[in-house]
Design a protein. Structure first.
Lengths: 350, 350
DNA sequence: TTTAGCACTCCTTCTCTCCGAGTGCTAACT
DNA sequence: AGTTAGCACTCGGAGAGAAGGAGTGCTAAA
């Protein structure tokens, strides 16, 4: 059977309406909204065809029809009007990103919170590590005899540091001898490698210094471990309760529970795609089979990606969500680009 | 009217049962559970008295009775059996705290997540700043001509650092001259004071160095600002949906929304109390008037407190929640105590 | 190919009734 | 004076129809 222009128009009208109201639309209502004036009976024939082709489903015989996953997919791919944000909203997003995200430690949480304030759906934010970080450089600073500050610069240009209280007081010149050891033996390693390297060095380092070395390496290894761990923020789940498809408490509970407790399984765009839309059964996780997800990635720099996503019923407002989310991701990418921007050849000035 | 021992026993039976089942208990059932055997009519008389005294409420005339806020208060203060955790659970909590919380950046989020896995109710975690932090010491490390690492040690012993890309290449000896400037003029100040001090110094610093100074001071000021901001983690809100009192979607939505979006208004124990229980209308926030909160504080060291709390219906299992939460808080205090523990006089060893 | 007409389906909403748990009160009992 | 048995009464919840209505599917005519 042919998917004629008229069938597409009908499908579009139906999906648009269903997205807005969550109510099936009858043939008569569809007929009245079409450009070319036809009778409801004609529409009914077309609807029957669309059902047969798998684009529509009927909750029960005597109800209107609602889009199937296949129908939404067609809608998303071809039918829906791509929206662009109006200037005011774009402005609000840009300024929020600039204002809130400058140099925070809690990147993921803050990003997630922010996205969630701009969306009418639950949202999530995750880190996506494409390659694991290693230590690029160590520095030690003396505080007093009992403690030092360890500064660790990672391969992705993040700098982390901590106060390390020591059980023994610092030997004379310990910092000067341990720092080069660290920088020659422990840069560029994974955390597992760091631990085994430490074992190998046990004999070659004077015991007074080994304690310090040990503490610093452990700190760095923990850091690497922590930064490999997927960070997840989930927010706005209470929005679900306002949606008619989640009036069924168990459904709402299942989805909320999944998002909060198995957040690490939330979808990630395939490959390098900047954005991906997953509709109902296209989702891998069982808990998402009746929901849709829109997820966008942004570039943190140094080969790191961040992800922001939106979860909602399959009838979610794809056009609006996609527009906002991609604008968001662009703003974030832009911000990180600017922040990391090392001046290219400014140093030739004087 | 007198609150006799028998009235108390009846109240205790009733609250215990209502906490467990969320169903009102009839006079007959109460009678059968009492130590001294009395008839249901006697119990009914007592119940009428308890109602009159304000400890009980009736949803409607022909239903059983349920405890009022005043009833719960009496129960919490006098009647309930204080539980202690069984060894296995205590062990699980201690080890989780030790394992998960070692030296993480994301203290609040991780703590909150962890508490939430041990509770059958929504939980929250907040920081409670008793006095604001200031910078204790600055250090600068050279990376290349275009960027430096700024290390900032705060008055609460936290150490923070970042890579600062500069627009201009570094002047010879800049680090050596800027670092003392920072340490003499910008330690011990609030972020507002830092900004105004910076203004005053504009003329006294050579322009090549001012840029660097400016960047570092801004970084530190942002840091102070960020650390003053209350950090909030909220988790486990989906648990609400399993409770009969939140079968009403609107109620569930209101509370979840409040917790997620106005988390900063969640209760904090008054004064120095290690734990506090707030029952229904005892709560200040309108959204919590029909719920109860148990909140405990733990000591992070350096005058900082952290808070962990549990939110639930007024019939929450106070005994179990209080036991777990206070054990949790103790574990956390212990962990921070150990971590921060500067060796007292070990340095006299050699 | 389109349209009008019409029987049929099935969900929703409403009303009514019945049932039972639980109370409040009175009067008798200890 | 406190306790108990007895009994009428209240009120919410479950269940059964019944009425209403939106929407379909099919047939036959244009």
């Amino acid at each position: 059977m042919e998917l004629t222009a008229r069938k597409k128009e009908i499908l579009k009208i139906l999906v648009d309406s269903y997205i807005a109201t969550a109510e099936p639309l009858g043939s008569k209502a569809i007929a009245s909204r079409m450009t070319e004036k036809v009778s409801s009976a004609t529409v009914r024939n077309e609807l029957a065809d669309l059902s047969e082709m798998g684009y529509l489903e009927q909750p029960h015989t005597s109800a209107g029809r609602i889009p199937s996953a296949k129908g939404y997919r067609l809608y998303v791919n071809e039918l829906m009007e791509r929206k662009t944000l109006d200037g005011e909203e774009a402005e609000r997003i840009t300024s929020a990103v600039q204002r809130e995200l400058r140099g925070t430690d809690q990147l993921i949480a803050r990003t997630g919170q922010m996205v969630s304030t701009f969306m009418d759906y639950p949202t999530y934010a995750i880190t996506d590590h494409r390659h694991t970080a290693t230590v690029r450089r160590f520095e030690l600073l003396e505080v007093d005899e009992g403690s030092v500050i360890a500064v660790v610069m990672l391969s992705d240009s993040r700098v982390k540091s901590t106060l390390l209280p020591l059980e023994l007081s610092l030997a004379e010149g310990a910092l000067q001898s341990v720092t080069p050891l660290l920088n020659t033996h422990f840069t560029g390693l994974s955390h597992a490698e760091m631990h085994s390297r430490l074992m190998n060095l046990t004999d070659q380092v004077v015991p007074e210094n080994f304690l310090l070395l040990n503490r610093v390496v452990n700190y760095a290894a923990e850091l690497l471990e922590e930064s490999e761990r997927k960070q997840v923020y989930v927010g706005g789940t209470s929005q679900l309760l306002k949606m008619p498809e989640f009036r069924d408490i168990d459904k709402a509970h299942d989805l909320m529970h999944f998002m909060s407790d198995s957040g690490a399984q939330l979808p990630v765009p395939a490959g390098d795609a900047p954005m991906q839309i997953l509709i109902g059964p296209e989702n891998v996780s069982e808990a998402l089979k009746e929901s849709s997800v829109v997820v966008a990635s942004y570039d943190i720099g140094d080969g790191m990606r961040g992800l922001v996503g939106v979860v909602g019923p399959t009838r979610m407002d794809y056009a609006a969500v996609a527009a906002r989310l991609s604008y968001f991701a662009e703003s974030l990418t832009k911000m990180f680009g600017k922040a990391q921007q090392l001046p290219p050849k400014e140093d030739e000035k004087p």
